[in-house]
Design a protein around this ligand. Structure first.
Ligand code: FAD
Length: 648
């Protein structure tokens, strides 16, 4: 992993080499950086406009990447040649696989990050991406026209206008990734001020106005918050439990065989708990806490300490004390997001034994922001009523860096494809967590900040972190056009080697008695086959590929590099084979497109008024998407299927 040469950034619109781009990406957060990089990889001349270039790649909240469900997204973004996985490998200072007690299909690769290093890597990567120009500026207005004057309500995006600039910048496609900045307000105690993040102004009111009034988009409001940062020297780590990193750190990226920070250089995290004193401070400060008094929905799975105490009074809550960087003097207390006044924040943290003399470096705060209801988007993340306008990240009602990065990549791919006159594409929920994420957003919408879980994926035994490259890299190269030939060649080599290894495992066999003699440490139950193969033996819990190599060194030793992948593949293979039938059925339904101009309210088929209204509101793009809408019955799907089959 080598840091690349930095190209100069354009700080003025008038210095741009061109005033017309294929794609403009607004916002340099997690969605925007992946969108800009992906659009450039597909071949589009791309402009990334962001308020402050030095905040590109900033981690607004927790300095970490991955986790359960989220780690799958990072692996998939990497498999499609995205940036965040490699940045995580470069910046990680504590790698661990979460959920190890469960099967490898739901393991959660996670890393604690060094904030500075992560930002440096992302900036260095973007500023040296070909066809990509980075411009510092604030977009004040989104430019749109009626695409067909006969058909009001259908628009086309034409470009943007920057604050303080008279000339517009034109583009075929625009990707909005403005995060928590759209009409953003910050909250601390009883104080409220406009802002998208501490130290950063919100997005201009003009942008919200265009989305809401001009384009008629339905919008909502959500909230999130961040904990105070604590001075490391003031923490009593002896009163917390040490959690070391994994002894063998696993990189996120399929391109990396090791992480930048060696195992012995990595830093530990610590676990501690809240006390009844914490509950007391929360309750006593409620009347001074504007953010918590509001009805706006916050992240259910990453709640503030106030919400945790109010929902589960009297419970001890976990608090993780995590390093902010290799040389940082600060600690991030995960689980203590709070918005009470700063003096009460200090009282609260000092109620925790390990923090009894802690000093706060920066107080916690909350943010409330507008989001666009994502059912108004197609599976390509394009606004259905506005050609060329794509949305990705927190603006679509999600929370988390990984969710933002995954959407950003896919919106960037499609914005570029649309600009280069190629059809836009969808990822199916049968092939990726990114497909699950986007399908959930565009068919079900959100009522609270959406985050990824493994339980959202029906086919999680097939959609594993270990095989994201085989699922997506080959398609990303051959069909999507966002994967480099270097990565493609590497994946082809891996695929071919795995196929050869599986064939070799099928070719070796012994009698049941001989296996028992050769593998005395494996607990072998009754066997169906008279002469079980190596592949069947590998399915036993305590069998490893290395054990089989010791029995058949000549045939199997060429594949030791893939021992863990082969073990996982062998264990899940029988289940995945059974799942294939269900996957094929869903893929068939997904391939039946529903015309976007269908008049569901007067369609001459037997549908209840309720179903008609749901279909009319969401306008699913495929029959498969219609089946997943709440309230649409199997009978309604059958009628719809027959209608589309016979009318087309
Ligand atoms: P962001 O990372 O917010 O990036 C938006 C970018 O757009 C910024 O670079 C901004 O400068 C730029 N921008 C905005 N408007 C304009 C404009 N008009 N012109 C040019 N540039 C513009 N996630 C969790 O999972 N758990 C948490 O606990 C959590 N807590 C959070 C607490 C806070 C205070 C904040 C701010 C965020 C928190 N998040 C949390 C959310 C997490 O930071 C986001 O999910 C993630 O950063 C979203 O990425 P994004 O790319 O959509 O937006």
């Amino acid at each position: 992993m080598v840091q690349r040469f930095l190209w100069p950034v354009c700080r003025r619109a008038s210095h741009l080499a061109r005033q017309q781009y294929d794609v403009i990406v607004v916002g340099g957060g997690h969605a925007g950086t992946e969108a800009a990089a992906a659009a450039s990889r597909v071949g589009a001349h791309t402009l990334l406009v962001t308020q402050k270039v030095h905040t590109i790649g900033a981690l607004s909240c927790n300095p970490s990447l991955g986790g359960v469900g989220k780690g799958h997204l990072v692996k998939e973004v990497d498999a499609l040649d995205g940036v965040c996985g490699r940045a995580g490998d470069w910046a990680g200072i504590h790698f661990s696989i979460l959920n190890r007690r469960k099967g490898p299909a739901v393991w959660g690769p996670r890393a604690q990050l060094d904030r500075q290093r992560y930002r440096q890597f992302i900036q260095s990567e973007l500023l040296s991406t070909s066809r990509l120009t980075v411009l510092e500026g604030s977009v004040e207005e989104l430019l749109v026209t009626e695409s067909n004057p006969e058909e009001p309500g259908c628009h086309r995006v034409t470009g943007i206008r920057l604050a303080g600039a008279s000339l517009p910048i034109s583009a075929h496609s625009v990707v909005l990734t403005t995060g928590t900045f759209l009409s953003g307000s910050l909250f601390m105690g009883q104080n409220t001020s406009p802002g998208g993040r501490i130290g950063d102004a919100p997005s201009s009111a003009g942008m919200s106005h265009t989305l809401r009034e001009r384009l008629g988009l339905k919008m909502g409001r959500l909230r999130t918050g961040t904990p105070p940062r604590i001075v490391k020297a003031s923490v009593d780590f002896d009163q917390a439990t040490l959690h070391p990193p994994d002894s063998q750190p696993s990189p996120f990226s399929f391109l990396n065989s090791h992480t930048h920070c060696k195992a012995e250089e990595q830093l530990p995290c610590y676990l501690t708990y809240t006390t009844p004193g914490v509950d007391k401070v929360v309750k006593e400060s409620l009347h001074l806490n504007c953010h918590i008094q509001q009805d706006t929905k916050g992240p259910r799975y990453c709640p503030s300490i106030e919400s945790r105490v109010l929902r589960f009074p009297g419970r001890q809550h976990q608090v993780w004390l995590e390093p902010e960087g290799l040389t940082s003097d600060l600690v991030y207390p995960q689980g203590l997001s709070m918005t009470m006044p700063p003096d009460m924040q200090l009282h609260l943290i000092r109620e925790i034994p390990a923090l009894h003399r802690a000093e706060i470096h920066t107080p916690g705060y909350g943010v409330q922001y507008d989001f666009v209801c994502p059912t108004q988007l197609s599976p390509a993340l394009q606004v259905k009523s506005t050609q060329g306008l794509f949305l990705a990240g927190q603006i679509n009602g999600t929370t988390g860096y990984e969710e933002a990065a995954a959407q950003g990549l896919w919106a960037g791919v499609n914005a570029a494809r649309a600009a280069l006159c190629m059809p836009t594409m969808a990822l199916s929920r049968t092939e990726s967590y990114i497909g699950v994420l986007i399908d959930d957003l565009v068919t079900r919408g959100v009522t609270e900040p959406y985050r990824m879980f493994t339980s959202r994926a029906e086919f999680r035994t097939s959609l594993r972190p270990d095989n994201a490259d085989l699922r997506l890299t080959l398609k990303g190269f051959a069909e999507v056009g966002c994967v480099s030939s270097r990565r493609y060649q590497q994946t082809v080599r891996v695929r071919d080697s795995l196929q050869d290894a599986l064939a070799a495992l099928r070719d070796v066999s012994l009698s049941a008695t001989a296996w028992r003699l050769k593998l005395p440490r494996v607990h072998i139950s009754e066997m169906k086959a008279a002469n079980p193969t190596g592949l069947e033996m590998l399915q036993y819990n305590d069998a490893t590929f290395e054990m089989l190599v010791s029995v058949f060194p000549e045939c199997l030793s060429p594949y030791t590099e893939f021992s863990q992948r082969l073990k996982i593949e062998a264990v899940y293979r029988p289940h995945c084979v059974l799942q294939q039938k269900e996957i094929a059925r869903i893929q068939k339904e997904e391939s039946m497109s529903l015309p976007q101009d269908l008049d569901y309210l007067s369609l001459p088929v037997s549908l209840s008024q309720e179903v008609r209204e749901i279909l009319d509101r969401v306008r699913p793009s495929t029959l498969g998407a219609a089946t997943r809408l709440q309230g649409v019955t199997p009978a309604a799907i059958a009628h719809l299927f027959n209608y589309v089959l016979h009318s087309g």
